[in-house]
Design a protein around this ligand. Structure first.
Ligand code: PMP
Length: 458
């Protein structure tokens, strides 16, 4: 049996972790948490510590950990057929069944799905779908994609460009020229404090129009947005936002991609976040909740209108020149089929709606009027608590205080994992969709007590 010391040494010497300070990690200054097992909403590390995972991994383990139905489906698939590809019309029972199940759960006008492996590669596929679409339509100059500041759409080259968070751009020479960003629909950080929500929505719409005018609608192929901003701070849009944005896109012949990597399959208390906000997209990105992360799988769901153009294109130009070796990987697909069944059988969309409402109320009750809390917000089972030094005056903590990192650290000591969101002083929550009201209370209490642990002396 390997000792912790041995594993930690190998980790520092060989393992480059995602989004990690390489130097500190290699020097052993940042702790490695080696997670060994999990069940329900709890994870356990190698030291035997047990935590309530209030972020479901990276808001992906929607059905909770340790589901034997999915583990068995994966094992069965691996025994029978570990792999076959999906090039030139090949498929497997699992991938075809999952495509059908996705179409059943997507908005009625969307019936076809292109499978990938990650949210990032699905958005990469989406950009190529958009570019292909406008080429078939004889308008190849419609190449630019509008994204929002604080949007998160992946960390590849074009997808990292779409992501509107500067750490994903700086030192990489991004964003790429095809990507332009517009105002984040972030009411708490509105330009003027006296703006009403309706005025702020009108401001976001006007900013979008101005950007389209500046760039030229003839050069813009699509707009991409998450129904509610996720990694950028867990920010529901201001009232009327999607109602205001969609007609502008329509007027200028700009396709709409809703990135539902986080919101797809129940997180907001509806099967799809697009439905929740009355959005009618041309493409939907799905990933995390598709398999609850039991195996990597993502997808791009396309509308029937868009598919008509793809058909026309392939009739004219031949096969669609795009694919990954692992597109529609049978093990991911088997996990997806078992996962979506479980979401139905356990009534998790309904639980997300009901326990989600309880969660929002519980967080507001404990933290809403705390002297260092500027904002408590969320929708369904996604929520955020934004910290400020003086909420009344609107003064922020210094980034150097690392206040959120400290609070999240204190929460872990109290047995609850939340996420310090990457930009701003924001504690993020997105527990598995099977969470109970009693577990919600544990999360809300731990947050309040950890905040007191850290700020009690201030
Ligand atoms: N889109 C959204 C909305 C996401 O939240 C994420 C990941 N957090 C991605 C895309 C990228 O997914 P992946 O990390 O699987 O590439």
């Amino acid at each position: 049996m390997l000792t912790n010391d041995q594993l930690n040494q190998w980790d520092r010497d060989h393992f480059l972790h995602a989004s990690t300070h390489f130097a500190q990690h290699a020097r052993g200054e940042s702790a490695t948490r080696i997670v060994t097992k999990a069940d329900g909403v709890h994870i356990e590390d190698r030291d035997g510590n047990r935590f309530l995972d209030a972020f479901a991994g990276l808001y992906c383990v929607n059905v909770g950990y340790g589901r034997t139905e999915i583990a068995e489906a994966i094992a069965k698939q691996a025994h029978e057929l570990a792999y076959y590809h999906s090039y030139v019309g090949h498929g497997t029972e699992a991938s075809i069944t999952l495509a059908h199940m996705v179409a059943e759960r997507a908005p009625a006008h969307m019936n076809r799905v292109y499978f990938g492996l990650s949210g990032s590669d699905a958005n990469e596929t989406n950009v190529k779908l958009v570019w292909y679409y406008w080429n078939v339509k004889g308008r190849p100059e419609k190449r630019k994609i509008i994204s929002r500041w604080r949007g998160y759409h992946g960390s590849g080259l074009i997808t990292g460009s779409l992501t509107g968070l500067t750490p994903f751009h700086a030192k990489f020479g991004l964003p790429m020229a095809e990507v332009v960003h517009t105002e984040a629909p972030y009411y708490f950080r509105r330009p003027r404090r006296d703006m009403t929500e309706a005025e702020f929505t009108a401001h976001c719409a006007a900013e979008l129009e101005a950007l389209i005018d500046r760039e030229g609608a003839d050069t813009i192929g699509a707009f991409i947005g998450e129904p509610i901003l996720g990694t950028g701070g867990i920010v529901p849009p201001p009232a009327g936002y999607w109602e205001a944005i969609q007609p502008i896109l329509k007027k200028h012949d700009i396709l709409l991609i809703t990135d539902e990597v986080v919101t797809g399959f129940g997180r907001l208390g509806t099967m799809m976040g697009s439905t929740h906000y009355g959005i009618t997209p041309d493409i939907i990105t799905i990933a995390k909740g598709l398999t609850s992360a039991y195996a990597p799988l993502s997808g791009s769901i396309v509308s029937d209108d868009m598919f008509t153009v793809l058909e026309e294109g392939t009739d004219k130009f031949g096969p669609f020149g795009h694919g990954w070796t692992y597109s529609a990987h049978p093990i991911g697909a088997a996990a997806g089929v078992a996962n979506l069944k479980l979401v139905d059988d356990l009534g998790l969309v309904q639980n997300s709606r009901d326990t989600g409402a309880y969660f929002q109320t519980a967080l507001k009750a404990r933290l809403g009027s705390h002297r260092f809390v500027g904002d408590v917000r969320g929708e369904g089972l996604m929520a955020a608590v934004e910290l400020q030094r003086d909420p009344g005056a609107g003064t922020d903590f210094d980034a150097g205080d690392k206040i959120t990192a400290q609070v999240v650290g204190a929460m872990a000591k109290r047995g609850v994992i939340a996420r310090a969101m990457p930009q701003g002083e924001i504690i993020g929550f997105a527990p598995p969709l099977c969470i109970t009201p009693a577990e919600v209370d544990v999360i809300a209490d731990a947050t309040l007590h950890a905040l007191e642990d850290v700020t009690g002396q201030l």
